[in-house]
Design a protein around this ligand. Sequence first.
Ligand SMILES: Nc1ncnc2c1ncn2[C@@H]1O[C@H](COP(=O)(O)OP(=O)(O)OP(=O)(O)O)[C@@H](O)[C@H]1O
Length: 337
Amino acid sequence: MPAIVVKDLSKTFEYYKKEVGLRHSLTNLYARKKLYKEAVNKVSFEIEEGEIVGFLGPNGAGKTTTLKMLSGILYPSAGEASVLGYNPWKRQKAFKRQFSIVMGQKNQLWWDLPASESFHLNKAIYEVEDNQYMRTLGDLTELLDVRDLLNVQVRRLSLGERMKMELIAALLHNPKVLFLDEPTIGLDIISQRKIREFLKQYNQTKRTTIILTSHYMEDIQFLCKRTIVINNGSVVYDGDLARVNDTLGDRKVIKLQLEEPVEVGRFRAYGKIQSYDGIYVHIEVDRSQFKSCAQSLLANFPVVDLTIEDIPIEEGIARLYERGVNTDASASMENVR
Ligand SMILES: Nc1ncnc2c1ncn2[C@@H]1O[C@H](COP(=O)(O)OP(=O)(O)OP(=O)(O)O)[C@@H](O)[C@H]1O
């Protein structure tokens, strides 16, 4: 049975346009203009127990709004969702005990107190038994290597150390579902890697179901077999991130270095010119024709060097971000909504 089921989930925010200036401030009092923002539009997916799924999308795509609805912080405008069989926005106590949400941009810990004080508070809130609390705290501080920092004021911790403490606070009650909203934001490469490795190990040992949003592709590639890409509030891809380039069609890039400049128009018959500066030319070609294209280029141009590469995953993602939804190309792909 899936741990998370989401069906046509939508959220439209209503807000008021605020004009600046004294005259407009007075007008705002009696004639405010109401505006609507469709942040999430008919999002549907299912996530199996123990799965760790990446949630990718450009700024403002609707990722945080979706996670907030799944954790019951926001009430949806339409649609349904079930997390561990619970309706999240009913906020039942039994549900609250079984999930956690960590937002990289927000603090849960008390800023002026040591993290251990916040942990005690969470222990009381979630009614964690003494033995279980000590065992879980011991395991987590060991795994994240922060045992010596438990009694340091949170405000004195580095960003990476603080994020580790945030994770511990979120995991003390052994949640079955974990929503992670940019847990590695702003961290250096070493701290990012440590958090990533911790999450992988945690997911493997505990079988916790995790949805992870991150703008760092390495996080998603390292942790998630499956990625849901969301753009303009809608799902535009759901599948293996490594296959995202299938959405571009079956393409390869031929990279040429020339002995002397050749006019760009002469390369157009081979495919789409990705970049050109006279000497270096990158041409995107159909995978079925890359051999014949390469042979012809070698035979007809003063080529010094030629390489054939796959299109980077980042490129596929960027194009999904740019094109939004409901294009002809996306409609024809299996994983693309
Ligand atoms: N309370 C609100 N009132 C009006 N609009 C809102 C509100 N909260 C979010 N939005 C808008 O909804 C859209 C989706 O926001 P959301 O925070 O879900 O995006 P996101 O994918 O998490 O972006 P990011 O990667 O930048 O965190 C954005 O355009 C945002 O401005």
